[in-house]
Design a protein around this ligand. Structure first.
Ligand SMILES: *Cc1c(COP(=O)(O)O)cnc(C)c1O
Length: 417
């Protein structure tokens, strides 16, 4: 079994399951919206989607909006986050988890992740609390629910607001309760690669009538739900979702449970097979996770068990085998140029507004997973066991050929004539 990177034939040449998935449901519903003449945010499907999405997450309220970034910003504002506040966020996540805080005029404070869950560590979060801390943003990274019992306890003891970034975690459940239902609000994204998608879109779920009303108002020009069309009681904007998005998302919601079941079964099978390959590790199963939608599977590359083969070379070898594995984020969020002092993002010259010197920050667990993490995306697990067997076979080839791959590296690095 020669490695494809070294001239052998690849494990796989056909593609994995495509994403997004759509069918007659989406097509018919889009035609209905088109013919209704109500194309914008006042099509009845928007309210129907909100109802169904609230039910899925077992909360009384859901407010739709334009995307997941706006959902976070609006949820944080509704939770009372504003100027001069600090909000604790994890550094191993998509940039929106932190920029939404900045868009509210507040400052993100990064606290390290737990090496096993890859979610914000409750202990690190607690250690980052200062008198200016107003809220926590907890991300259910890759679909794995964060330790919400610990975070709700932390928020209660320190009187902090708790916003769950559920952009990867549609329908996930922890200890009997869905994500989004633990905190003051939970936010979702329906961007093109997310587990339910209309290309773009977002949702805020909450148990609080007040938070729901504020979120609705911010997304609807500062109106009151029962107020006049031209009566604006606060500074809001137009963050509405359209009827076209809502009907597509209703159809996507009907597919979610089956797709989640398929992914869970395939990941369980993958997990068992992976035990034979010490160069690649995966987080342990956790009985407190009741539903894990597996937006991303993050493998940890262990060069010590791969003859010292670097992560990037292992990824390259998997890709050559026809498996679209990817390295994780290149660096933790705080290393982005956005967070350099000269970007002015925290206000030029207002030193007091920068709670951390982001350029000097080193959060070891986030740094580590940016060096050794490998992502397998959800669509790889939406097919059958033969797909999973191919991923495992590619991993087996890399495991067994690691020293050959390492030797070939110096070869490839030789300057060409
Ligand atoms: C996708 C994503 C968002 C933002 O969602 P958009 O709909 O793209 O604005 C926020 N947080 C996380 C963790 C995400 O992956």
């Amino acid at each position: 079994m020669a490695l494809a990177l070294l001239g052998g034939s690849p494990v796989r040449t056909r593609p994995f399951s495509a994403w997004p998935v759509s069918g007659a449901d989406e097509e018919h519903a889009l035609g209905d919206v088109l013919r209704s003449g109500v194309w914008g945010g006042y099509h009845p499907s928007v309210k129907a989607l909100e109802r169904a999405f609230a039910d899925l997450h077992e909360v009384p309220y859901a407010v739709s909006c334009a995307n997941g970034t706006v959902a976070l910003e609006v949820a944080l504002r509704a939770a009372g986050v504003g100027r001069d506040d600090e909000v604790i966020v994890p550094p191993f996540t998509f940039v929106a988890s932190a920029t939404a805080v900045l868009l509210c005029g507040a400052a993100p404070v990064f606290a390290d992740i737990d090496p096993h869950t890859l979610n914000l560590s409750p202990r690190a979060a607690e250690a980052a609390i200062t008198p200016r801390t107003r809220a926590l943003v907890v991300v259910h990274f890759g679909g794995r629910p964060a330790e919400m019992d610990a975070f709700t306890d932390l928020a209660r003891r320190h009187e902090l607001k708790l916003v769950e970034d559920c952009a990867h975690a549609h329908g996930a459940r922890w200890l009997g309760t869905p994500v989004g239902a633990w905190g003051d609000a939970g936010t979702f994204s329906f961007q093109g690669f997310k587990l339910m998608t209309a290309g773009e879109g977002g949702m805020i779920v909450t148990r609080s009538a007040d938070v729901a009303e504020l979120c609705w108002s911010y997304c609807n020009q500062g109106r009151r739900p029962d107020g006049g069309w031209f009566e604006h009681v606060r500074l809001g904007t137009n963050y509405r979702m359209t009827g076209f998005q809502a009907v597509v998302l209703q159809a996507q919601l009907r597919r979610l449970a089956d797709q989640t079941r398929v992914r869970a079964a395939n990941v369980a099978y993958f997990r068992t097979g992976l035990r034979n390959f010490p160069g690649f590790a995966m987080d342990a199963e956790d009985p407190r996770i009741e539903q894990h939608p597996y937006y991303l599977v993050t493998l940890r590359c262990r060069p010590a068990s791969l003859s010292g083969l670097p992560r990037d070379r292992a990824v390259e070898a998997m890709q050559a085998e026809g498996i679209p594995a990817k390295p994780t984020y290149p660096y933790p969020l705080y290393r982005n140029p956005l967070f350099r002092r000269e970007s002015g993002v925290l206000g030029r010259g207002e030193r007091s507004r920068a709670p951390q010197d982001y350029a000097q920050l080193v959060l070891p667990e986030a740094e580590r997973v940016c060096r050794d993490g490998i992502w397998l995306s959800h669509n790889l697990f939406l097919g059958d066991r033969a797909d999973v067997d191919d991923i495992l076979l590619a991993i087996e080839k890399v495991q067994q050929g690691a020293s050959l791959l390492l030797a070939s590296r110096s070869h490839a690095a030789r300057p060409s004539r």
